[in-house]
Write a protein that binds this ligand. Structure first.
Ligand SMILES: Nc1ncnc2c1ncn2[C@@H]1O[C@H](COP(=O)(O)OP(=O)(O)OP(=O)(O)O)[C@@H](O)[C@H]1O
Ligand SMILES: Nc1ncnc2c1ncn2[C@@H]1O[C@H](COP(=O)(O)OP(=O)(O)OP(=O)(O)O)[C@@H](O)[C@H]1O
Length: 568
């Protein structure tokens, strides 16, 4: 059988780049295979994806060497329209993908393309909306959805459309842990139903591996450096060497000095052998860990009293009756289900939208400050980088806030370069933003806020779409700022980030603050985990699997043992 996707000695150079982004790619993918495309940020994963759906060379122009055949069609000879019947794509940046006035229309769009009958269409849309928990949103405009809800709508659009090749570019990036898990199951289900060829580009590889994957193709610096089944790859150190995080339970086994070579199947916790020696080693390792020192509490910085918001009168309150105090020096995670009101809360604190109730910063009513004054006290990094970027060049984007504040150019240069280095963007300092990958763009927006060093920084999913190396660099930088007294608040769906870095968690569900507690306590309460659509980490499952005395203690020991300052 001929492969459905064939790259032969394929290289691609974007017109605006001096060097090729993809170098000598040789890759065959067979019909019905499920492939995980992994690799660090900017390595060329999305560029490979763009070849499969024809954006290269039809929209993104450049030099092609070698050949790329998609379902037998040479991409240099095929129009975007023709390829659209072969490949369905969920883009990394789902915002740019919406066409319909309502969520329902949008999901139906790919079906209308295929001239389906109306009743049929409604049935299919209803089915997938139900599967993805979108039924209540079918009449809402896609532009007003929360980040995770947008992602789910884009996903529904791909799932309804039964193309032979389904390409998912970071499908999990904005999803809450429970929705992320469900999505992976849905992708698996649809693949089996229609025997589709599935390609998933994702940094969250542990979550993708929750269902069977045939092969992991690892890309680094435009080249394929591994193309093998997940089990083989998990036994090697190629993932970590390329800056991609291997699953937590695999890392925990290594920490406890367990020889991975003796474990025949590493692809899931449940497949690990029931071996008392492994259990002993894990238990001994846990017992040797010591507790870190308790934290001191700072004075109150921000207080919210009965805070809420309603975007329009027809809608139930997406956020209401929030009462909380944030102390100076806190490092907080905001977690909870998609659409729970987390971003709405951030918008209120930053003064982008009005609020019911009262918000006070160091005892003063925030309503008395202008947006510019607020921005000097509270920096906000939005979820979608494209909504924040206004300049053409990277340097100018990061310098903008300083220029608006009349800082002299020599100091600007100094501070911008320092921040760009921290964010791993220094080599790109003279580049236009348009030539960056999505993950790189996100880092530019973080840099633009960090450079101002406000007292409190709120980041909406700063690590979504980032590779592990960058993730560790950004998080360690934030931890440094925190240790120097800055107050940091992060909206995140990453349970490991919450556990490892933050000291306090606010959990939201259906517009309400349902918990204000420590991360470990939050994840040990099954009712809260369910209500807020969270998920326990695989470390917990590992401890359960081997009947360790205290699974939560094991998770805590692991988290405390991570050497925070080293980017591994
Ligand atoms: N439209 C474009 N024009 C010019 N160069 C581009 C364009 N898109 C991407 N590139 C370059 O190609 C490289 C690879 O980008 P790509 O988006 O394929 O990476 P990626 O592996 O998907 O990264 P990420 O995980 O950050 O999304 C980047 O370094 C970027 O500079
Ligand atoms: N401009 C708007 N107009 C109407 N409704 C909106 C608007 N923005 C958000 N909403 C709705 O308010 C609710 C809360 O959205 P919000 O963005 O605060 O959620 P979130 O907790 O940040 O979600 P996610 O984890 O998916 O980012 C959602 O149901 C969303 O559809």
């Amino acid at each position: 059988m001929k492969p459905i996707i064939q790259f032969k000695n394929f290289s691609f150079k974007y017109d605006s780049q001096a060097d090729p982004t993809l170098k000598n790619i040789n890759l065959d993918i067979n019909k019905g295979e499920k492939i995980l495309l992994a690799g660090p940020s900017g390595s060329g994963k999305s560029t490979i994806g763009r070849c499969l759906n024809g954006l290269i060379p039809n929209v993104d122009h450049g030099d092609i060497q070698g050949t790329c055949l998609v379902d037998g069609k040479d991409i240099t000879q095929t129009s975007l329209f023709d390829l659209s019947f072969t490949t369905s794509t969920i883009l990394q940046d789902s915002d740019s993908q919406f066409i319909g006035m309502t969520v329902g229309e949008d999901i139906a769009f790919s079906l209308e393309n295929d001239c389906r009958d109306r009743a049929d269409m409604q049935k299919i849309v209803a089915k997938w909306a139900n599967e993805l928990g979108l039924t209540a949103l079918l009449k809402q405009s896609p532009q007003t959805l929360s980040g995770g809800q947008k992602q789910l709508v884009a996903l529904a659009g791909v799932l309804v459309d039964e193309s032979p090749i389904l390409l998912f570019d970071e499908p999990l990036a904005n999803l809450d842990p429970a929705a992320g898990y469900k999505t992976i199951q849905l992708i698996d289900k649809i693949q089996k139903e229609v025997d589709a060829t599935v390609i998933i580009i994702e940094h969250r590889i542990e979550e993708v591996l929750a269902e069977h994957v045939d092969r992991i193709v690892l890309v680094n610096d435009g080249e394929i450096i591994a193309n093998e089944n997940p089990n083989d790859l998990l036994h090697e150190d190629k993932l970590e060497k390329a800056g991609v995080r291997s699953p937590l339970y695999v890392k925990a086994l290594s920490k406890a000095d367990i020889d991975l070579a003796q474990i025949s199947d590493l692809t899931s916790v449940s497949a690990l052998p029931a071996n008392p020696e492994i259990a002993n080693k894990l238990q001994t390792w846990e017992n040797t860990q010591t507790d870190p020192k308790p934290e001191k509490e700072g004075s109150v910085l921000l207080e919210l009293k009965d805070v809420g918001h309603q975007y329009n009168k027809r809608q139930a309150h997406p956020l209401h009756d929030v009462n909380l105090k944030i102390n100076k020096g806190d490092f907080i995670s905001i977690v909870g289900q998609n659409g729970a009101g987390k971003t709405t809360l951030c918008r209120i604190i930053c003064g982008f939208i009005s609020n019911e109730g009262k918000a006070e910063f160091e005892g003063e009513n925030l309503a008395n400050f202008s947006i510019k004054e607020r921005a000097e006290k509270i920096g906000y990094v939005m979820q979608d980088p494209n909504q924040m970027i206004s300049q053409k060049m990277i340097f100018d984007e990061v310098a903008l806030g300083l220029r608006l504040r009349n800082v002299n150019e020599a100091e600007i240069k100094d501070r911008v370069y320092k921040t760009l280095k921290i964010c791993g963007l220094y080599p790109f300092r003279n580049w236009p933003i348009s030539a960056l990958s999505f993950g790189q763009k996100k880092r530019v927006t973080i840099a633009a806020i960090l450079v101002l060093e406000p007292e409190m920084i709120i980041l909406d999913e700063p690590t979504a779409g980032q590779d592990w190396k960058t993730y560790t660099e950004i998080m360690n930088f934030l931890r440094d700022l925190n240790e120097r007294g800055k107050t940091i608040m992060i909206v995140t769906h990453d349970m490991h980030l919450m556990l490892e870095y933050t000291k306090r968690s606010f959990a939201f569900a259906n517009g309400e603050l349902i918990a204000d507690t420590t991360p470990i306590q939050l994840l040990t309460d099954p009712t809260l985990v369910k209500k807020a659509s969270l998920r326990r980490t695989s470390l917990f499952e590992l401890a359960k699997h081997y009947n360790l005395d205290d699974p939560n203690g094991f998770v805590k020991a692991y988290i405390d043992s991570e050497e925070p300052r080293e980017a591994k």
